[in-house]
Design a protein around this ligand. Structure first.
Ligand SMILES: C/C(=C\Cc1cc(O)c2ccccc2c1O)CCC[C@H](C)CCC[C@H](C)CCCC(C)C
Ligand SMILES: C[S@@+](CC[C@H](N)C(=O)[O-])C[C@H]1O[C@@H](n2cnc3c(N)ncnc32)[C@H](O)[C@@H]1O
Length: 249
């Protein structure tokens, strides 16, 4: 019984405060995106709490519940970042197991069950696990940021046991023009201005662009079925700002 963790190999070098005006640059490849997340890492958790008024923690709990993870399971969190979903999964599956790589976040939390976390670095499109290894999987605010989303879903399908689920939490690319307009307005007028106070305007502008380039709930369901899942259902949450895909292997 263990909770397995997973994220991209980190690129050294912290965030550098910009002296010049913010230059929007395309974030196209995996290395660019990893460098972006390394820049926002120091303030990521605090900005998520501030900008969502703490609601992201509710959305993450919902996503973990939808994964079907339960006491004694072996589970996987892909694109774990600072570990929010990982720690929730750890609490869900209970104590035992081993800790391989202790991330900085790990030192801030010390519940007994967190010893069941194994932190592994790698790529979501090439998971270093055997077929049918896990009883449940989560990927929170990760699939939208992966370049080859279908390959990532195929990999998660491969490593899940038959009949088990992946829970994919992310922003919702709404088909409702009003919801989409309000989401855009919030990002343009609240999220990016607040982020610019930390020298991260272009990083949070990427957030808006990535949502525009993401898939709708229906498209995510189709992609999951194409990737090999037998069932897929997308649920809109938080008045349609967020969404959660639940796909069964
Ligand atoms: C946990 C959340 C976002 C994580 C996240 C994901 C990314 O791909 C990023 C890319 C680039 C920069 C940052 C991120 C990033 O933080 C969701 C909550 C945090 C959001 C930044 C806040 C979004 C606010 C909603 C548009 C409106 C919320 C309305 C109400 C408070 C419920
Ligand atoms: C927005 S953060 C989400 C972190 C965390 N799951 C959460 O819910 O807060 C996206 C994470 O995905 C990781 N990531 C992006 N592309 C990846 C890939 N191809 N393989 C593994 N991790 C990746 C980034 O390094 C970053 O930690």
């Amino acid at each position: 019984m263990a909770t397995l963790q997973f994220t991209l190999p980190s690129i050294t070098g912290g965030r550098h405060r910009r002296e010049s005006p913010t230059i929007l640059r395309p974030v196209r490849c995996t290395a660019d995106r990893q460098a972006l997340f390394n820049r926002i890492a120091p303030v990521y958790d605090n900005l998520n709490d501030l900008l969502s008024l703490g609601r992201h923690r509710v959305w993450k709990r919902m996503s973990v519940s939808w994964s079907g993870a339960k006491e004694g399971d072996t589970v996987l969190d892909v694109c774990c970042g600072s570990g929010d979903l990982a720690f929730l999964l750890s609490e869900k599956v209970g104590i035992s197991g081993k800790l391989q790589i202790a991330a900085s976040r790990q030192r801030k939390r010390s519940r007994a069950c967190y010893k069941n976390i194994e932190w592994i670095e790698g790529d979501a499109v090439d998971l270093p696990f055997s077929d049918s290894s896990f009883d449940a999987a989560t990927i929170g605010y990760g699939l939208r940021n992966v370049v080859d989303r279908k390959k990532a879903l195929e990999e998660m399908c491969r490593v899940l046991k038959p009949g088990t689920k992946v829970s994919v939490l992310d922003f919702n690319k709404s088909t409702n023009p009003l919801t989409s307009s309000i989401q855009d307005w919030m990002i343009d007028n609240v999220v990016v201005p607040v982020a610019s106070g930390y020298g991260l305007a272009s990083e949070y502008q990427y957030l808006k662009n990535s949502i525009k380039e993401y898939l709708t709930g229906c498209e995510l369901e189709k992609l999951a079925l194409q990737a090999g899942f037998s069932e897929a259902k997308h649920y809109e949450i938080s008045t349609g700002f967020m969404g959660n895909l639940v796909a069964t292997r």
